[in-house]
Design a binder for this molecule. Structure first.
Ligand code: ADP
Ligand code: MG
Length: 623
């Protein structure tokens, strides 16, 4: 043990970064309920630190206090109202103190928390672990924290970190002979309950029974260390399993479903996997921040968030995988390239897809919720996992003109509802269901009771066209010009062929190279015109998305379809017969065209549009 001779320098003051200050302010001033969470967070950090040193010592015994027992001690002083949490974990260096304790780990967290506040949503203490600032929950129960730590390197130094949760913290060098971290603080008056042994033990039982190391309160071991996934399924109580889930996931809600596997054969492993009840708060902003699978080898924790065990599109799954097939001294490099890992991944993937299929059948409501929360990620699997493509397709859910708002359908259900004459599966994509439902392109389908999928999730435009066909039925965007539909014969009389042809000429002349073509429409019922795209071109929504992502694509030219039964079109035909250069005829054509662009969200010059409209209104109100 390194003995220090020279006197430690005085404490140096540091200022929290602005973002951290605000986060602290939020924690201290807006979290009141469930204060006990602070203990779970501190124990969880101690457990992480112990896992880290245990993992390191698998390959490197040359560390400070190599023989120290791996454990957590909690010292409760009822008279002084103080608590101390002591671990023999990996400890922290000076840099760690600044970078890990003094900083919000994930960018965007603060923004997110503020947004929640502005929207009047309740932020409760249980969420704090998700924000990656669990340590600071201690300021719910105290005004000042002292943290003493020494890292695992033999020549490391001890440090005392101190903060009152205001704008500053201080760090000073201290004599600390042993490895690990000790956190001490005096409880605020309204938190004195936590200076009671029984209270502390109770909290440990509730939250921390799955810590892999003994937790002592005084001399008494307060937890039972057990690897839940090694038990047989029937011996596990739901509540224990749920608590375990919360423990490893930082989630404060029960999981939606779980899958317990015991695989023996070409590869051997046990796994306990969970589907969260809801998507974590910042899941889509910072997907990397979320722990997915914890990897164990023979009950020894190897690493959290093990990316190699599941494909990206299943990253929402939480849980543990424990295998005997990896060498105990696995390093990250080994886990990244080991054929064992590949085998486990393949098995997990197909088991999980089968499990989801089962869930969809047996608990459709849960599956619906799952689709809503994780669909955007899950759907991306279609473009990356070609082996399981068909299984993924069967698990996709979309809203449609035949589902209520918020409810969805599978392609299988869709095809079952198809009429005898319907040969294609139709879809339309846009930003919201409400605006999609009003799209003129839907008119024909509504009138003829043909179902159309309403795709409003951004990912949909990237994956659905790639499905090509389902059950031998092609998927077709109703944005496209060449739909296999029969013209509506009933209703109002359409313009005859000659008049239509002549009017189309005038449309083309007026619009010039704004459009690729002008056609008589088979699909319009109530609207006068609509814009569609040619075969092979991107549909309107796709084009919009690409532009939003900054992809410099030249907008493809559209085809204008005109409804030859519509009164406006018939009026235009009459004007055309009288004089094909009539300014009202020409202006109306431009107006109809830009109106259709407007509906697609692509109108580039609203000023011209309004100016022309005013001129036409002036004309119409002249008499
Ligand atoms: P999180 O645990 O989600 O990273 P915390 O705010 O709880 O967020 O902790 C921040 C970081 O501080 C941890 O990631 C870890 O690096 C460090 N830390 C906290 N407590 C300890 C401890 N007892 N031993 C070693 N490192 C710790
Ligand atoms: Mg933590």
């Amino acid at each position: 043990m390194a003995k220090k001779t020279k006197k430690a320098p005085k404490a140096k003051e540091f200022e929290y970064k602005a973002e951290m200050k605000q986060m602290l302010h939020l924690i201290i001033h807006s979290l009141y309920t469930n204060k006990e969470i602070f203990l779970r967070e501190l124990i969880s950090n101690a457990s992480d630190a112990l896992n880290k040193i245990r993992f390191r010592m698998l390959t490197d015994k040359d560390v400070l206090d190599a023989d120290a027992e791996l454990k957590i001690n909690i010292e409760v002083n009822k008279e002084e109202h103080t608590l101390a949490i002591i671990d023999s974990g990996v400890g922290m260096t000076h840099d760690d103190l600044i970078e890990r304790i003094g900083t919000v780990a994930s960018s965007g967290t603060l923004e997110f928390v503020k947004q929640m506040q502005e929207q009047g949503k309740q932020i409760n203490a249980e969420m704090i672990g998700q924000f990656g600032v669990g340590f600071y929950s201690v300021f719910m129960v105290t005004d000042e924290v002292v943290l003493e730590t020494r890292a695992a390197e033999n020549d490391s130094k001890g440090y005392r970190w101190k903060s009152d949760g205001g704008g500053k913290y201080s760090i000073e060098e201290i004599d600390k002979p042993d490895r690990g971290t000790k956190i001490t603080f005096k409880l605020k008056k309204d938190a004195w309950e936590f200076a009671e042994d029984y209270r502390v033990k109770h909290i440990i039982k509730k939250y921390s029974n799955f810590v892999d190391f003994p937790v002592f309160v005084g001399d008494e071991k307060a937890n039972t260390v057990e690897a839940l996934w090694h038990k047989s399924k029937d011996d596990i109580k739901d509540e224990d399993r749920n608590e375990f889930y919360k423990f490893i996931s930082n989630d404060h809600q029960d999981p939606a479903a779980h899958l317990h596997l015991n695989i023996e054969g070409a590869v051997n492993f046990k796994a306990l996997l969970f589907i969260p009840g809801t998507a974590p708060l910042t899941f889509y902003q910072n997907p990397e921040d979320f722990d997915s699978i914890h990897l164990y080898s023979n009950k020894i924790f190897i690493q959290d968030n093990c990316r190699e065990l599941l494909p990206e599109y299943l990253r929402f799954i939480k849980g543990v995988v424990d295998t005997e097939d990896l060498p105990l001294n696995v390093s990250r490099e080994v886990t990244q390239s080991s054929p064992v890992m590949v085998k486990i991944k393949n098995t997990l993937t197909s088991k999980m897809l089968a499990f989801l299929k089962d869930l969809a059948k047996k608990e459709p409501e849960k599956f619906e919720k799952f689709s809503k929360d994780f669909g955007p990620l899950f759907k991306s699997g279609l473009n990356s996992d070609f082996t399981n493509r068909d299984k993924i397709i069967d698990l996709l859910r979309f809203e449609s003109t035949k589902t209520e708002s918020g409810k969805s359908t599978s392609l299988q259900e869709y095809t079952k509802r198809m009429g005898k004459d319907q040969k294609e599966i139709y879809f339309i994509s846009g930003d919201h269901r409400e605006s999609l439902e009003k799209n003129p392109k839907l008119e024909y389908f509504k009138k003829n009771d043909i179902e159309v999928l309403l795709l409003s999730e951004p990912i949909d435009v990237f994956i659905v066209p790639s499905i090509n066909e389902y059950d031998k039925k092609p998927l077709k965007s109703i944005d496209k010009a060449d739909l296999d539909i029969t013209e509506d014969k009933d209703g109002d009389e359409a313009l005859n062929e000659d008049l239509t042809k002549s009017l189309i000429e005038i449309f083309k002349e007026t619009l010039g190279d704004k459009v690729e073509d002008v056609l008589a429409s088979k699909r319009l019922v109530d609207s006068a015109v609509t814009l569609v795209v040619g075969e092979g071109a991107m549909d309107a929504q796709m084009e919009k998305m690409m532009k939003m992502m900054g992809q410099g694509i030249p907008g493809s030219k559209k085809i204008l379809e005109i409804n030859t039964k519509h009164p406006v079109i018939k009026n235009l035909s009459r004007l055309n017969i009288a004089s094909s250069t009539d300014p009202v005829l020409r202006k109306t054509i431009l107006q109809l065209y830009e109106g259709a662009e407007f509906l697609d969200g692509n109108l580039s010059s609203p000023n011209d549009f309004i100016k022309r409209m005013t001129e036409l209104l002036q004309e119409a109100t002249k008499a």
